[in-house]
Write a protein that binds this ligand. Sequence first.
Ligand code: SAM
Length: 409
Amino acid sequence: MNGFECERGDEPRDDEAKNGRSPAFPRPVRSFVVRAGRMSHAQKRALEELKDRYLIPCGDRSLDLDAIFERRAPRTVEIGFGSGDALIALAKKHPERDFLGIEVYPPGVGRLLACAHAQGIDNLKVAMADALEVLRCNLSPSSVDEVLVWFPDPWPKKRHHKRRLVRREFVDLVHRILRPGGTLRLATDWEPYAEHIFETLTKHPGFSNLAGSDRFMPRSPLRPETRFERRGRHEGHRIFDLCFRSQPMNAPLFIYGSIRDKDVQDLVLGEEAAQALFIEEAWMPDAVLARVPDECYPYLSPRAGERVRGELIHGLDRETLERIVYFEGDEYVLSECIVERRSGEAVPAMYFEGAAIVDGPFQEWSFDTWQAQEKKRFLTMCRAYMDLWHRGRSIAQAETLWRDIRCDP
Ligand SMILES: C[S@@+](CC[C@H](N)C(=O)[O-])C[C@H]1O[C@@H](n2cnc3c(N)ncnc32)[C@H](O)[C@@H]1O
């Protein structure tokens, strides 16, 4: 679907649909439908005359962005820039950065090239290709500082959801090209898509939500208004902004709560995966364990001079980490920290920060007391909660059921 030619909810009119039969070689499901869009004379001319200056021929080679931009500067990639107004505004406002736009719609690309040329913009290049292919084949790991996806086609009908750009495979590819600490910013005016994006990114261990305890970010005044944002507002839609930070997935994980218990690990990770873990003792400096109000599990609360004993898990694979992210639920976000080994050596690690926990009066939490007094009941609740994982429930769905599980394990 392309925003210039087709309204929300239109049927994709690709060859399969037109012929009324499946092609002999099924094509990959795409987030767009290639249409013979109307191109103005000016757009055609811009494409023809300015392609050498702005278009990057992609093919299947890895792009050397330093050579292409003839310098090394912070880099932003905008995916699906449409008419390109926002990209032009950003490139003009930030000459200290380089911008790569990815778009499949030739009239939009033609328009962008004409504007860039008219305004003498040089810190901008364009890949006229499927973003999934560009991310997969042309961009090198950790080569980009920021990725923008503004108002991706929502594909609102259920049978078209598979066409949505933002799905697990896409997020994996973005994670690969973003440098650690780089950001993925998205916006949409379609609430169910906003929820889907939120869920996909929250589940991904390689990203943490910069909105902290909230799901969505307030709209940044630095984000130029896009054509589809205007359209959404005109239709009375709320706009949802999301901003996630990329984090390395290979750092060891510091655990400090009930997941230190071997029976909990068996339930959360599965016995085989739990047995294969390499675990060592470690300490989080300047912190104490506080009990989450009305719950039987802890969070780390800062306190200078104290330290929390826990364990460091090495070599977690992605699926195992995903299970732990699910187990921790939406009150915790995966964050970075420095912990101390038994030898006193300080090592970078990930840990679950209680970002959405409402602070009450301080109540201490102790692993030994929990094992002695609360573990038995907790295991029953944990079994019921992880059962929802096996039934494919999302974190948000499982969280809404948690209250019932807690009352009636
Ligand atoms: C709804 S429009 C939004 C355009 C613009 N960001 C805005 O907010 O006005 C989505 C754009 O994404 C482009 N698009 C969709 N899937 C794409 C893909 N896989 N690769 C590149 N562009 C894609 C479409 O061609 C379309 O121009």
